[in-house]
Ligand binder design. Structure first.
Ligand SMILES: Nc1ncnc2c1ncn2[C@@H]1O[C@H](COP(=O)(O)OP(=O)(O)OP(=O)(O)O)[C@@H](O)[C@H]1O
Ligand SMILES: [Mg+2]
Length: 248
């Protein structure tokens, strides 16, 4: 069975896109066939993997319900790009009867070709995130270990449990909460303890530490395994991939 994982958090800048790219790449290095979907009008994932923003992109899927335009980033790592024009069509999508199930419809055509499909989402609960949640078997929540980070997590878990499960996707399950940008400071450690106390069983053992390597990789538009294969950062995302393989 294909695992379809929505990467979510209401809060911006917590490492959703970085996690989608590098967990996806790590799974592909483990021999899995992986599709990454850039489901965010910011198109950071598309840009981050060095793909031209003028390519055919997910806009046509939402607008005209075409199949996915798929780019082969690597043999085992494929990508559905996004584009900035996606930001202009939310109100058009809102008028469609099947507005929350457009992504799910397009996925049906391709999902059997992949072991893992990772969907990068914007930092909001709008039409794009809800499409991702409706289409997914699992969701993964990256969060910074800060107390204010908990708010975004709680809101998204509540939404999924109270509404999405009942109305759109009764089978979706949490895959886990991933701590990103961990630093050995007092504030981080306090935030980490709080998340651990609240969500113990959901926390991944793998923790992603803060390092400028991610910004560097972003600037040269590469994943961390291409940019810094020997780094701690690459090892941490590989540990996460191994945990995901055990769990999923
Ligand atoms: N572990 C890390 N250590 C240091 N910097 C990181 C780490 N992970 C990601 N970053 C950097 O932090 C910034 C935000 O990360 P990212 O774009 O992945 O967050 P996001 O949750 O997808 O943001 P948005 O909500 O805007 O989509 C980026 O510049 C990224 O390179
Ligand atoms: Mg992002």
């Amino acid at each position: 069975m294909t695992k379809i994982i929505a990467v979510l958090n209401l809060k911006g800048g917590v490492g959703k896109t970085t996690t989608t790219i590098n967990l996806g790449k790590a799974l592909s290095l483990q021999g899995k066939k992986v599709l990454l979907i850039d489901n965010d009008p910011q198109a950071n994932l598309t840009y981050g993997l060095g793909v031209d923003l003028n390519e055919q992109n997910i806009y046509s899927v939402y607008k005209e319900e075409t199949g996915f335009p798929i780019i082969e980033s690597d043999e085992n790592l494929h990508l559905v790009p996004s584009g900035l024009e996606l930001a202009t069509i939310e109100s058009d999508i809102d008028k469609k009867i099947n507005r929350y199930e457009i992504l799910k419809g397009a996925l049906k055509e391709v999902e059997s070709e992949y072991d893992f499909i990772l969907i990068d989402c914007p930092p909001s609960i709008g039409i794009f995130s809800i499409n991702a949640i409706a289409a997914s078997t699992h969701y993964l929540l990256p969060t910074q270990p800060a107390q204010f980070g908990l708010i975004g997590l709680e809101e998204i878990i509540k939404l999924i449990n109270n509404q999405v499960k009942r109305l759109l996707n009764p089978n979706i399950e949490p895959l886990g909460i991933l701590i990103t940008m961990f630093q050995n400071t007092n504030a981080t450690e306090v935030g980490y303890e709080e998340i651990k106390n609240k969500y113990d069983t959901l926390l991944f053992d793998a923790v992603i530490r803060y390092t400028t390597k991610f910004r560097e990789a972003e600037i040269v538009r590469e994943d961390i395994f291409s940019h810094a294969p020997q780094s701690g950062a690459a090892k941490e995302y590989m540990s996460l991939a191994k945990e995901v393989l055990k769990k999923a």
